[in-house]
Design a protein around this ligand. Structure first.
Ligand code: NAD
Length: 539
C-alpha cells in the first residue's frame, strides 16, 4: 500500500457512478420542499457489475494487515471530523434533521464506532484458540475470514450513520461493501461516496471497495439477487420480510435491523426530572424518526400527573422549523416525506378518536415542509394503533399503568422487540422489569445510550429483526467463522475406521461409557472396552 499526496476535496464531488436505469430519483429538502436535484437509479445489470467489481477489489483487500485497515479507517474518520459542519448541513438539507441531531446522531456515533473499531477491532478478529476436547494432539482454532462482498441496504433516518455503521465493521473485517442508500436521501450519496474514495485514492486502493448505489426497493432486491455474501438490511418490518424472502433464493445470510415500538417505563420511584428529559429525548430526537425511539411512554399511576405536567411544560417550548434558515436554534426537524407525515397524522387521529388527548401539538407544523408538531398524547391505551404500530414521528404517547407486572405486560404487547428504557431509583427493580421484557437491549435511567457504547451488540428480537451490528458480535457477523483443526505434533497415526472389525462395536461402546458414564456405568464401560479389544486382537 503506497500513500499518495491528498487531492484537494471538491466541495460537491460527483464521485458516485450514475445508474443506467431510465428512472430518476428526485431529491427534495423535507424542511422546505426545495428541489435538491435528481440522480439516476441503478438497474439490475448495474448491480451485477458492481458486485463483480467489488469482488475483484476485495481480493487484494482481504490480504491487507489490520494495521493497513486501521490507517484507512483513521483517514475516513479524520475526513468526517474535518468536514463535520458541511456534512451536518447536508444531512439537515437531505433528511430534514436539526444540526444538533446531525452532529450527535451522525458524526459522534460514527466517530465513536471508528474509535472502538480502531482500538478493539483486531483483538476480536484474531484467530481464537479453543479447547480441542477429546483430541489433545490437535490444535483447535476459530478463524475470522472475511465473507467477501457485503450488501448494505439502508434507510433514510441517519444518512451517514446508516452507511458507515455497517461499512466500518465490514471493511475492517476484510470485506468490500455495496451500499444501497435510501432513495429519500440519495442526494447525500455522492458526498458520502467521496469520503471513501478519498481514503482509497490516498492509499492506492481500489475505489470499488465501497460503492454506494442508488435506487428504490427494486435496486435493493437486485442487489440481493446479484449474489453478495451477506446482506445487512436496516429498514421496516414489512420490507424486512421481503428481504428475507429474496435472500432465501440465493441462500444469502442476512442481518435484519428492523423497526421498533420501544417502551420507556417510568416507575413511581423514578427521578422525575431525569424521567421527563429521558422521555423528551426518546420521543423527539430526530423528530421521532429513530428506530430506538421511545414510541410508548408508560408511567406508573402515582407519578402520572406530575410526569405529564412536567413533559407538557418541556414539550411546549420545543421549536420547529428549517435549521438552515438562520432564524435560530431548532429542536425538532421535519419528517422525511409527506407520506410519513400522513402516517403520523393517521395514528394521532386514531388515538384521539379512541379517547387520547393531545395536551401539546397534535397536528401538522409549519406548512413550508413535512413538519408534524412535537406532540404529547396522554391517556393512551394499548388497543390504540399508536400503541402498536411504529409511528416514526415526534409523538410522546403516554399511557398509565398500575403494577410492575402491568408494565412488563404492556411493554411486551407489540410485535417488536428492539430496546427498552426503565426509569427508577431502584436499579434492582428496573433490572427485574428489563429482564422480563423481550428486547435486544435495555437502558436504565438514560435513553438510547446503549448505542453509544460500541462494545455492546446492537440489534432486535421478534419483529425488530435478528443478528447484531455493533461490538465484537457485529464485527464477527461480517466474517466466516471458520473452525480449523490442525496437528499439534508431527505424528501421523492413521485413524483406521475401515474395515470394521468384530471388536469395534464394543470398543467404541466401552470408550463412550468410560468417558461419559458415572459409577457402575463406567465399570461396565471398562468391561466393554476389554471385550472389544480382545475380540479385535484375536480375530
Ligand atoms: P424501508 O423499509 O422503507 O426502506 C429501507 C431500505 O430498504 C431502503 O433503502 C429501501 O429502498 C430498501 N427496500 C425497500 N424494499 C426493498 C426490497 N423489497 N428489497 C430490498 N430492499 C428494499 O425503511 P425506511 O422507511 O427507509 O426506514 C425506516 C424504517 O427503518 C423504520 O421501520 C425504522 O425503525 C427502521 N430502522 C431500523 C434501525 C435499526 O437499527 N433497527 C435503524 C434505522 C431505521
Amino acid at each position: 500500500m503506497t500513500e499518495r499526496a491528498a487531492e484537494p476535496a471538491p466541495s460537491r464531488p460527483d464521485s458516485i457512478r450514475q445508474g443506467t436505469s431510465r428512472e430518476e430519483l428526485e431529491c427534495l429538502n423535507p424542511a422546505t420542499g426545495q428541489r435538491l436535484g435528481t440522480v439516476r437509479a441503478q438497474s439490475a445489470e448495474d448491480m451485477k457489475d458492481a458486485v463483480a467489481r467489488a469482488r475483484h477489489a476485495q481480493r487484494a483487500w482481504r490480504g491487507t494487515s489490520f494495521r493497513t485497515r486501521r490507517k484507512v479507517l483513521q483517514r475516513i474518520g479524520d475526513h468526517i471530523l474535518r468536514e463535520a459542519d458541511a456534512l451536518c448541513a447536508l444531512m439537515c438539507e437531505d433528511a430534514g434533521k436539526t444540526r444538533e441531531n446531525a452532529l450527535l446522531g451522525e458524526i459522534w456515533t460514527v466517530s465513536e464506532k471508528l474509535r472502538w473499531t480502531l482500538k478493539h477491532g483486531e483483538k476480536h478478529l484474531r484467530p481464537e484458540r479453543v479447547s480441542s476436547g477429546l483430541f489433545p494432539h490437535k490444535r483447535a482454532t476459530i478463524e475470522f475470514h472475511p465473507r467477501g462482498v457485503v450488501g448494505v441496504i439502508a434507510p433514510w433516518n441517519y444518512p451517514l450513520q446508516n452507511v458507515l455503521g455497517p461499512v466500518i465493521p465490514a471493511l475492517f473485517a476484510g470485506n468490500a461493501c455495496i451500499v444501497k442508500i435510501s432513495e429519500h436521501v440519495a442526494h447525500s450519496a455522492a458526498r458520502i461516496q467521496w469520503i471513501f474514495d478519498e481514503a482509497f485514492d490516498h492509499f492506492g486502493l481500489p475505489r470499488e471497495l465501497v460503492q454506494l448505489v442508488l435506487g428504490d426497493g427494486r435496486t435493493g432486491k437486485a442487489l440481493i439477487d446479484a449474489h453478495v455474501d451477506l446482506i445487512v438490511f436496516t429498514g421496516s418490518m414489512e420490507n424486512g420480510r421481503k428481504v428475507l424472502r429474496s435472500s432465501a433464493d440465493t441462500i444469502t445470510p442476512v442481518i435484519l435491523e428492523l423497526g421498533g415500538k420501544d417502551a420507556l417505563v417510568v416507575l413511581d420511584d423514578a427521578h422525575l426530572e431525569q424521567a421527563a428529559h429521558g422521555a423528551l429525548a426518546g420521543s423527539f430526537i430526530a423528530a421521532g424518526q429513530n428506530c430506538l425511539a421511545a414510541e410508548r411512554t408508560l408511567v406508573q399511576r402515582p407519578v402520572y400527573e406530575a410526569f405529564v405536567a412536567r413533559v407538557t411544560e418541556l414539550a411546549s417550548q420545543l421549536r420547529q422549523g428549517d435549521p438552515l434558515d438562520g432564524a435560530g436554534a431548532i429542536d425538532v426537524g421535519a419528517l422525511v416525506t409527506p407520506a410519513q407525515l400522513q402516517i403520523v397524522q393517521d395514528l394521532v387521529d386514531d388515538a384521539i378518536a379512541k379517547g387520547a388527548r393531545a395536551v401539546v401539538g397534535g397536528s401538522r407544523g409549519p406548512a413550508s415542509g413535512n413538519f408534524f408538531q412535537p406532540t404529547v398524547l396522554v391517556d393512551c391505551t394499548p388497543d390504540m394503533r399508536i400503541m402498536q404500530e411504529e409511528t416514526f414521528g415526534p409523538i410522546m404517547a403516554i399511557a398509565p399503568f398500575d403494577t410492575d407486572d402491568d408494565a412488563v405486560r404492556i411493554a411486551n404487547s407489540t410485535e417488536y422487540g428492539l430496546s427498552l428504557t426503565v426509569m427508577s431509583k431502584s436499579g434492582q427493580r428496573a433490572k427485574a422489569i428489563a429482564d422480563r421484557v423481550v428486547s435486544g437491549s435495555c437502558s436504565i435511567n438514560d435513553f438510547g445510550l446503549t448505542y453509544m457504547v460500541q462494545g455492546l451488540p446492537f440489534g432486535g428480537e421478534r419483529g425488530s429483526g435478528f443478528g447484531r451490528l455493533n461490538g465484537r458480535e457485529g464485527l464477527r457477523a461480517c466474517t466466516n467463522q471458520k473452525a480449523v483443526l490442525e496437528d499439534r505434533f508431527p505424528i501421523h497415526l492413521p485413524a483406521k475406521l475401515f474395515p470394521v472389525t468384530p471388536g469395534d462395536y464394543n470398543t467404541f461402546k466401552g470408550t463412550i461409557r468410560l468417558i461419559y458414564g458415572r459409577g457402575s456405568e463406567r465399570a461396565k464401560g471398562a468391561a466393554d472396552l476389554a471385550r472389544g479389544l480382545w475380540a479385535s486382537l484375536t480375530r
